[in-house]
Write a protein that binds this ligand. Structure first.
Ligand code: ADP
Ligand code: MG
Length: 888
């Protein structure tokens, strides 16, 4: 592993060296671009586009495009890309991950490759971790794109199910008086947002839009264009942490939920170790023989047991409930793994501490937790569409990412996404002092020491950022600080925007900020707090008010450098980690908040032998060492050997989590192949593919199959009556096709005759209903068959997965079973679709229902034979021109 990282740094040097000539070229173009007028700068975009059409490649025009973007940024928002930012930009354009530390200005870096890649007109996406950032960044960078004549949009989340999917376009000519934060965001449709040159949005919104598109029944409802180029911000957070739960669109199924309550009542009566054991490493729990016997007794008493033994397949569903109830009770802790809010169980992201609203644990576990917490059990849901982030992001023609912490996960990025990591040097040298870990025997002494250190630094006025691993621990520490009378802020990642404002001020003298994980926050901490923003003249129509506001700003601006320098003198921001996280990356995220852009700073982690990661993965070695060193309860030790042991433990956990995610991908890859085929078929149907030929060949195949099953040469006796009966479920047969006539023919002749009849009948129907209607029926029949059977297929694959896991007990790899059986299920899915289509196409007919009364004014009927000109007054009498009214 270490050797591997070593080779990573070597190749990194080479990679950076290769970029230097390009950076030099961009720099040499700068004077020329500075001389351009605003209009000339904007005209560059058209020039680049034209050159691309004439055969130049994106790489050919990269230096000029980057120079144009840098100049536009300098003029529009007053920030000129640093050379290292140009480097980052090239790496992103190359479809790799740029590791750039917090505060290096990744938001600005992304403008370069986004501008360049948008020139092809195929659309570029920037993926953010939350909605607030999707707005902030699109709006913040908006002026740059606008100066270059490109459009940029932001995808908003849907607030309620009836709402039209919202989105905004950055447009300085538009002003929303009511919106003081983002006044120049014009509301637009989702489709328009995806037609913009550049689109900002969260991973969830992009993924859900993709799934929704593939459920649409008309091409005009599709909002996305083919997925071209995406840059994922905080890429480790999205592609690694979030990637553990797939996106699911589900509908609710009818199913009894009382069983969850039964098990939630029974399971707490089991005793640890006696009735069940816990496997800490794998976070698994198993019933012992004694536990099994007890459960059987209780279930028999309640009349739920279908066979004497719980192992009996007849009790398969019961064991499912049992497993989930056991997990819910002994492995899942309230306020660590989930919170209960407004009668709902909400998952807490283990890595970021964020609440994952709307996400649910799958396969009944969520319901089991709901039963345990005695809140309303949401109905089981059926999956209508699902995809993992891994497979969604692999759909892009080109994918890139940026983050402060990627190197430790380089292997995973490479293996799963084929993404290479390039470490970009910081703009200014890093001077933060990282102190060695302090290790305590137990958690209580550790937290006491943390509180003491906060107190000491706080008295000096040094700003402090404290990271905890859970909401629970944050509150624990907060109580201690309250008792000491230290004012502080606690962040639980509940309100992104409000917390962003708090983080922005976390660098002021005396500020103490306690946060559950800083991963993916996207806001940097400036020493001395945020620089005061100059008020805009046009925002203050009242002269007096303007004067007051402006003077206030002048005063604050004078004071800011003093405050800034004071914090620098104090040694900058001090970061305290109260526990080593399971992944080193998350620790680095926390540390990286200090020492940005060459700022002074310091950090230290506090560890106890009771911490999860130490206990689960490295406990014995660390403990052995400590016993050997013979230290007492209250004195912490600082020793590189212990720090090493803990780091090794982290590497082990990282590996374990990687395996879990790899596992998820291995399983999803099986379904993914199916999804690709089905989505592709769907799209072809919607795009108006020739379905007639397709359906007729299905009919032929179906007939061949039927004949072969009933009257093939291998059979002793042909069953003509049975054949006729089966055929009758497809179409009605003429009297001359009957058992007696068929018995006179050879099987081949029968098939030929039947096919000929089926084709004739098809043509006849087409004549009767008209070709256009026939095409419409073909489309509807195919779509319906595809969608309903695909949905069932997803559910079956889910079940298969659960069944496959049982094979592990027989020493058979579940994934092997899953792949093999999954393939069989897919074959039966395609056979099912054919069967369904063939058995429906001859029976459907179109009946036009009366149009329901509309609320909107009815479009005026245009008298037959009379044409209304587009500029004529509308015949509906509205007084508007026809093209602006009913003729739209
Ligand atoms: P990151 O996402 O890398 O943590 P941000 O994009 O949030 O960093 O930027 C951090 C800060 O640095 C912002 O306040 C931004 O305005 C500033 N910044 C970035 N690049 C430049 C630049 N080239 N010149 C001046 N300020 C910059
Ligand atoms: Mg950022």
């Amino acid at each position: 592993m270490l050797k591997w990282l070593g080779s990573l740094t070597d190749s990194n040097e080479k990679e950076l060296k290769r970029l230097q000539p390009i950076i030099d070229e961009i720099n040499s173009l700068e004077p020329e671009f500075q001389k351009l007028s605003d209009a000339e700068l904007r005209a560059k975009t058209d020039e680049f586009k034209a050159r691309l059409k004439n055969g130049e490649t994106l790489d050919d025009i990269l230096p000029e495009a980057f120079a144009a973007c840098r100049e536009a940024s300098r003029r529009a928002i007053g920030e000129r890309h640093f050379d290292v930012q140009l480097m980052g930009g090239i790496v992103l354009h190359q479809g790799k991950i740029a590791e750039m530390k917090t505060g290096e200005g990744k938001t600005l870096v992304a403008t370069l490759p986004l501008y360049l890649n948008a020139l092809t007109g195929e659309g570029c996406h920037l993926v953010t971790v939350n909605d607030y950032l999707a707005r902030r960044d699109a709006y913040w960078m908006g002026p740059i794109y606008h100066a270059l004549g490109l459009t940029v949009a932001s995808i908003y989340p849907q607030q309620n199910p009836d709402e039209h999917l919202p989105a905004r376009l950055y447009d300085p000519d538009y002003t929303d008086e009511k919106d003081t934060r983002w006044p120049h965001f014009r509301p637009i449709s989702r489709q328009q947002a995806y037609r913009a040159d550049i689109t900002y949005g969260t991973n969830n919104e992009f993924g859900f839009d993709f799934l929704r598109d593939n459920m649409a029944i008309d091409l005009s409802q599709y909002v996305q264009r083919p997925l071209n180029y995406a840059i994922v911000d905080e890429v480790d957070n999205i592609l690694i942490d979030e990637a553990r739960t797939p996106l699911i669109i589900s509908g609710s199924a009818e199913e009894a939920t009382d069983k969850y309550n039964v098990f939630a009542r029974l399971v707490p009566q089991l005793k640890k170790d006696e009735d069940y054991s816990i496997e800490e490493k794998e976070r698994q729990t198993y019933l012992t023989e004694s536990g099994m016997t007890k459960m059987e007794k209780w279930l028999r008493r309640d009349g739920l047991l279908k066979a004497p033994s719980l192992y009996d397949p007849a009790n398969y569903t019961l064991t499912q409930y049992l497993e989930n109830a056991l997990k819910a009770n002994v492995l899942f802790k309230r306020d660590r793994d989930y919170v209960v809010k407004d009668g709902q169980v909400i998952i807490v992201d283990e890595f970021t501490g964020r609440l994952m609203l709307g996400r649910r644990y799958s396969e009944g576990l969520h319901q089991a937790i709901e039963a345990k917490e005695r809140v309303k059990i949401q109905r089981e849901s059926v999956t209508l569409a699902t995809i993992t982030f891994q497979n969604y992001f692999r759909l892009y023609k080109k994918l890139a990412g940026m983050t402060g912490t990627a190197a430790t996960e380089a292997e995973e990025f490479h293996k799963i996404y084929k993404l290479e990591v390039v470490i970009i040097p910081t703009n200014k040298p890093m001077v933060r002092i990282d102190n060695p870990d302090q290790i305590y025997k137990d958690e209580e002494t550790k937290f006491k020491a943390v509180a003491k250190e906060i107190e000491a630094f706080h008295q000096q006025g040094k700003p402090i950022l404290v990271g905890t691993v859970s909401i629970e621990k944050s509150e624990l520490l907060s109580d201690q600080l309250k008792r000491k009378g230290i004012p502080h802020q606690v962040l639980n990642a509940k309100n992104h925007e409000k917390e962003a404002a708090i983080i922005a001020q976390a660098g002021r003298t005396g500020a103490v900020t306690v946060a559950t994980n800083m991963a993916g926050r996207g806001v940097d901490i400036i020493l001395g707090g945020k620089r005061p923003e100059e008020p805009k003249r046009e925002d203050f129509p009242d002269e007096q008010e303007w004067q007051k506001e402006h003077q206030k700003w002048q005063k604050e601006s004078r004071e800011w450098p003093e405050e800034h320098n004071k914090v620098i003198e104090l040694g900058g921001l001090h970061v305290i980690g109260t526990e080593r996280h399971e992944a080193r990356r998350i620790d680095n995220q926390l540390r990286g908040r200090s020492g940005r852009q060459g700022d002074p700073g310091s950090s230290r982690f506090y560890v106890s032998l009771e911490d999860d990661v130490v206990r689960r993965f490295g406990g014995d070695r660390v403990k052995g060492f400590m016993d050997w060193a013979g230290f007492d309860e209250n004195t912490p030790i600082e020793h590189s050997m212990v720090s090493k042991a803990i780091e090794n433990a982290q590497v082990k956990v990282e590996g374990y989590h990687f395996d879990v995610r790899k596992h998820l991908v291995d399983y999803d890859d099986v379904v993914n192949k199916h999804r690709e085929v089905i989505y592709d078929e769907r799209r072809k149907i919607l795009e108006g593919a020739d379905l007639k030929a397709n359906i007729l060949s299905m009919v032929r195949e179906e007939i061949e199959k039927l004949v072969a099953a009933r009257c093939s040469r291998d059979l002793m006796e042909s069953d003509y009556t049975g054949l006729i009966e089966e055929l009758a479920t497809i179409f009605s047969l003429p009297p001359q096709i009957n058992p007696a006539t068929l018995s006179q023919m050879k099987p081949d002749q029968i098939t030929e005759k039947l096919i000929e009849y089926a084709e004739q009948l098809y043509e006849q129907r087409e004549k009767d209903v008209g070709s256009e209607n026939m095409r419409l029926m073909e489309r509807l029949v195919m779509l319906r068959a595809l969608d309903s059977l695909w949905k069932d297929h997803l559910t079956e694959m889910d079940h298969l997965r659960q069944q496959a896991s049982l094979y592990a007990m027989r020493q058979i790899e579940p994934i092997v079973v899953y792949k093999k059986e999954g393939h069989a299920l897919f074959e039966s899915l395609t056979a099912g679709i054919q069967h369904n289509v063939v058995h429906t196409i001859y029976k459907v007919s179109l009946t036009r229902k009366e149009a329901p009364p509309q609320r909107q004014p009815q479009k005026a009927a245009v008298p037959a034979g009379k044409k209304v000109g587009r500029n004529d007054p509308c015949p509906c009498g509205s007084g508007k021109k026809y093209k602006h009214c009913c003729g739209r």
